[in-house]
Each structure stands twice: as C-alpha cells, then as structure tokens.
Design a protein around this ligand. Structure first.
Ligand code: ZN
Length: 158
C-alpha cells in the first residue's frame, strides 16, 4: 500500500470525466487500497480516483464508524430524496469549506472490490459523501455547487 499524491484544485484532471471500470482485478484493488490509505492519511471522508490522477470510476468513503470503508466501483445514483444544506470540504481543496445543498438520501448501485454488484442507501453524511464523490467522476467539484458567499478559508494551526 502506498500514499498517493492528491491532485489539487487547479489540476485539470479534476475536470475530466472518468471511465467505467471494465475489469475488477488485483491492480484495481491495489489502487483502491492506496486510495483508502490516502483518504485516512488526510482524515478525509471520501476520495475519488481522479483525485489521485486516475480517471476511473472508483470511489472510497469512510465515515469512521463501525461499517469501515465503503468501496464503490462504477457507482450509479438511481434515486435521490430530499435536500440538506451542509458544510462541505474536499481533499483537493485543503482548508476550504463552503455550504452546498445535497440530497438528504441517496440510493446507489455499484460494484464492490470483488466485482459484485450491490445497492447502498445513504442518509445524511453518507448521502452527502456519495453525491460529492460521484460528482468527482463527472468532473464536478463542490465549489461549482456552493451557495454564493459561503466559501471559508481556514488558516491551519501550526
Ligand atoms: Zn472532493
């Protein structure tokens, strides 16, 4: 496993559309493991493959609860319900936060790390994370959706 370089906000790769994964193999699982390690290193709740420079439809999410990391390959949001106004950040935008509107509930179909299809319904923070990460696969960033005037830049403590 290895920490991968996280691409930052001005990197053009973040604006590209990722391609569907065709084969779930050991090489892909290595990418997934690296993504999980990278997400944990930076205390992120989610990470999408384009953020580490790989244009594949792969997402990892971890709410740091009993479930452990979620792995979503070729995620497809099939249902959205309700709305929530949330504070959001992104590992590609260190120290920046803004308010966005996300669905309150999201249902997604994806493949797991063994290539098996599963369905996941997320509410609250999980719904927010799924929506945020799937956006990454389409080159959409949270700053595109932010409520005007809500961007905050936090100065990190030394
Ligand atoms: Zn992000």
């Amino acid at each position: 496993m290895a920490i991968r370089n996280v691409r930052l906000e001005t990197d053009e790769i973040l604006r590209k559309k990722s391609r569907a994964v065709e084969v779930v193999d050991d090489k892909l699982r290595e990418l997934i493991d690296d993504m999980i390690e990278t997400m944990h290193k930076y205390d992120g709740v989610g990470l999408a493959a384009p953020q580490v420079g790989v244009l594949k439809r792969v997402v990892v999410i971890d709410l740091y609860d009993d479930h452990g990391p979620y792995v979503l390959i070729n995620p497809e949001i099939i249902k959205e319900k309700g709305e929530q106004e949330v504070d959001e950040g992104c590992l590609s935008f260190p120290n920046k936060f803004a308010k966005v509107i996300r669905p309150e509930e999201v249902t997604v179909i994806a493949l797991d790390r063994d290539g098996k299809e599963f369905k996941l319904k997320g509410k609250g923070l999980l719904a927010q994370a799924i929506a945020h990460e799937v956006d990454h696969l389409n080159g959409v960033l949270f700053v595109d959706l932010m409520i005007p005037g809500t961007l905050e830049v936090i100065t990190p403590e030394k």
